[in-house]
Design a protein around this ligand. Structure first.
Ligand SMILES: *[C@@H]1O[C@H](CO)[C@@H](O)[C@H](O)[C@H]1NC(C)=O
Ligand SMILES: *[C@@H]1O[C@H](CO)[C@@H](O)[C@H](O)[C@H]1NC(C)=O
Length: 250
């Protein structure tokens, strides 16, 4: 139920910045060429090599630290169905995203498409929450601190772009950004449910953990959409800044 897939955009952004052939390109950035028959392997390696830097953040590239990764806010307003819930998550801290493993990168320059598959061993998500509604027929309400652990996570990120012309240069404009994720295991805890009623709160937390797959499945599409739209905005900041020839030299 937690927005822990924001980190996906980091890998995407890093790939882009890895390819940005500016004159002062730092040594930790390895360029991959479009004509390289092993470009996918090259991209994979250069992003993997950046993992330790990613954890600290890369100031000159305007990449914040992702240990923890900070997400200001996510709102989910699910009207009907098994999960009919209004919930807001604020000051979200995600621990563990820099431990990602890239399983696969596929780039299709003809179709201006890219797909990444990543795997994460473990994520801990801590945030403030407010919620009110029903989950699997059970009324739920509360506000306070929420902590969750997720492990064995697979994520697929699909990106489509169009080419646009500006100042005699070609740029990418990302038009579609999709994020899909599969969580292997989850442990969720909401503090202060039902106005701090301990018994009800404990029972609800047990219930949520017993049913987390179904609960997460209902909320996932909303979450994937909201996260993808953030990624899309972010990736376009890079693509609109650097022409294609700089980001992806021949
Ligand atoms: C998450 O894992 C940490 C240890 O890695 C543990 O201290 C914490 O209690 C766990 N939280 C939940 C909600 O299971
Ligand atoms: C990029 O694509 C979006 C549609 O997804 C469009 O609304 C926007 O105007 C485009 N931006 C540029 C700079 O062409």
């Amino acid at each position: 139920m937690h927005p822990n897939f924001i980190f996906g955009f980091f890998y995407f952004q890093l790939i882009c910045t890895t390819l940005a052939g500016s004159p002062k390109l730092p040594s930790y950035l390895k360029i991959c060429h479009r004509s390289d028959p092993n470009i996918e392997k090259c991209l994979k390696n250069s992003v993997e090599e950046l993992k330790p830097l990613l954890a600290k953040g890369i100031k000159e590239l305007n990449i914040p630290s992702c240990e923890p990764l900070l997400i200001p806010e996510v709102n989910i307003d699910q009207g009907s169905g098994p999960v009919a819930l209004k919930s807001a998550y604020k000051d979200i801290k995600v621990y563990g995203p820099s431990k990602f493993v890239i399983k696969q990168i596929k780039v299709d320059f003809e179709k201006d498409k890219m797909r990444l598959k990543i795997w994460l061993p473990h994520l801990e998500v801590i945030c403030r929450y407010v919620m009110d509604g029903k989950i699997l027929m059970m009324p739920i309400t509360g506000s306070g601190l929420s902590k969750a652990n997720y492990s064995n996570i697979d994520a697929t990120i699909t990106i489509r772009a169009e080419k646009i012309n500006r100042d005699n240069d070609k740029y990418y404009n990302v038009t579609d950004f999709y994020v899909q994720f599969e969580i292997g295991e989850a442990n969720i805890n909401f503090d202060n449910l039902f106005n701090g009623d301990k018994e009800l709160g404990e029972a609800m937390n047990l219930f949520l953990n017993d049913n987390w797959k179904q609960v997460a499945g209902e909320i996932k599409p909303v979450l994937e959409d909201s996260i993808a739209s953030i990624f899309k905005k972010f990736s376009n900041r890079i693509f609109h800044k650097y022409p294609i020839n700089v980001l992806l030299p021949k």
